[in-house]
Design a binder for this molecule. Structure first.
Ligand code: ATP
Ligand code: MG
Length: 441
């Protein structure tokens, strides 16, 4: 992409309305624009990141055996009346009437709808287990939308729903999602610590929240430092191997980790040596929950079991805050100059800076690198604008692409370009005709 033809509305100054660094940087880097409280348009740069995150989430869901669907954002109130949540949900639910005066709502989540979909499509115990998910916009009329996309009112969520015949089978479905979450977040460069969560009124069942550490996080967290030294990404897993999956869950739940809601100071002190006690703040990026027949029962989601008797299915739901992650990753990865994208979610792989745009030799050298890298499948943002070098460097650092290639008059004379790694700041001189090879990936 040529920057001269792109849409990247960079802000020079810190926007006053932004309280935390990710919100500031997203506005400054022209990634989002606020449309109403807690509601944002995704501008080209932000949209690319959102899509990359969404794709990682999708790949890891698919790998864990979940099947993608897409449900509408607007739902009829009927199913919610059956589950009892139409009234219970309270003011966070945006209720709407259509032209026939029918009660509709903008979905804050989809347990009811998916249970009804599954009920109407499933015949026998042989059709189980199944896990269906979608990646769809949600609306929750939060009391205090804030921190940009971190606590929006309209936000993108991945929500998966498992259906099983027995508690044991349901546990395996839960465990698979647990493991897939570790892998999903690790692919984005994050260590999202699973913490036992409140199970709400049903109680007694499993629930974990996944939190990444950041001083601006909304939850207070307490955990064992040993967590951070674990192998978060390298492990391979066979999702059909019940024992292996359960072993990973055991490993990642064996150490102390709790949000303030679940924190037990005495237990923390007993289980974690003083030097390993971490008390910090965290951002909830995912939440998994096994709730059994909470929705299957009222919505009559049952199948004929092996013995011919009808069995009510047991379910769990598994959410990931896709749009929140964009802010979360920035909270975890930035410096004074701007964002530092992990390669896996970066909007472009390489930023190519032509210091002397308009100069025939500089243009030709850049063009060759631009075309060469593009041909190798690398996404390049080429700053071909006629602007001072300093502003170009600042923009590139701000938007945080993993690699920068700088082509200027001095280097051109020697036949070299400068290649800079945004994260480490390391710079190397690379012969012009080797730049493509150096960054081909
Ligand atoms: P929170 O405790 O942060 O309000 P929640 O527990 O109500 O979140 P869940 O119902 O567990 O949220 O939703 C699944 C995921 O969706 C959360 O883990 C979070 O990452 C994301 N999410 C929830 N609410 C918002 C929001 N208002 N804006 C952006 N992402 C959100
Ligand atoms: Mg939650």
């Amino acid at each position: 992409m040529r920057l001269s033809q792109y849409f990247l509305p960079i802000l020079r100054d810190d926007p006053k309305e932004a309280e935390i660094v990710s919100h500031k940087l997203m506005l400054r880097a022209g990634m989002i624009r606020q449309e109403a409280a807690g509601s944002y348009s995704w501008l080209p740069l932000g949209f690319r990141v959102l899509k990359k995150i969404e794709q990682i989430v999708r790949e890891e869901q698919d790998r864990a055996g979940a099947i993608e669907v897409l449900m509408p954002t607007l739902q009829s109130a009927d199913l919610w009346r059956k589950s009892g949540r139409y009234e219970a949900y309270g003011k966070e639910m945006l209720r709407i009437k259509d032209r026939h005066d029918r009660d509709m709502l903008y979905g804050p989540t989809n347990e009811e709808m998916i249970t009804d979909i599954f009920r109407s499509g499933v015949q026998s115990y042989k059709d189980l287990p199944r896990n269906l998910y979608h990646i769809q916009w949600k609306f929750r009329d939060e009391v205090r939308p804030r921190f940009g996309v971190m606590r929006g009112r309209e936000f993108l969520m991945k929500d998966a729903y498992s259906f099983d015949l027995s508690r044991e089978a349901g546990q395996h479905s839960y465990n698979k999602m647990f493991v897939s979450y570790l892998k999903t977040f690790a692919r984005m460069g994050l260590k999202a610590v699973p913490m036992r969560a409140e199970t709400g009124p049903i109680g007694g069942k499993d629930s974990h929240e996944f939190l990444i550490l950041a001083p601006t996080g909304e939850s207070e967290v307490f955990f064992d430092k040993a967590f951070l030294d674990m192998d978060w990404s390298a492990f391979e897993i066979d999702y059909d191997d019940v024992g292996a999956v359960s072993k990973v869950v055991e490993d990642f739940t064996s150490k102390y980790a709790a949000t303030d809601e679940m924190h037990d100071a005495a237990d923390f002190e007993r289980r974690v040596p003083t030097a390993a006690r971490v008390n910090g703040r965290g951002i909830e990026v995912g939440h998994i929950f096994f709730f059994g027949d909470k929705y299957s029962e009222p919505l009559e989601c049952k199948v004929q079991g092996p013995d011919g008797k009808m069995v009510t299915l047991l379910s769990g739901s598994y959410g990931i805050g896709v749009s929140r992650l964009v802010g979360g990753i920035i909270e975890a990865s930035h410096d004074d100059a701007g964002i530092i994208w992990p390669e896996s979610v970066a909007p472009f792989d390489v930023g190519l800076i032509n210091i002397k745009a308009g100069d025939a030799e500089a243009d030709a050298a850049c063009e060759k690198i631009y075309k060469g890298l593009s041909a190798k499948g690398r996404d390049v943002l080429y700053d071909d604008r006629n602007q001072p070098g300093g502003a170009k460097f600042a923009t590139m650092d701000l938007i945080g692409l993993p690699w920068q290639v700088i082509v200027g008059p001095r280097g051109l004379k020697e036949g070299i370009a400068e290649v800079k790694n945004r994260k480490t700041g390391a710079r190397e001189n690379v012969a012009l005709d080797r730049v493509v090879e150096r960054l081909a990936g």
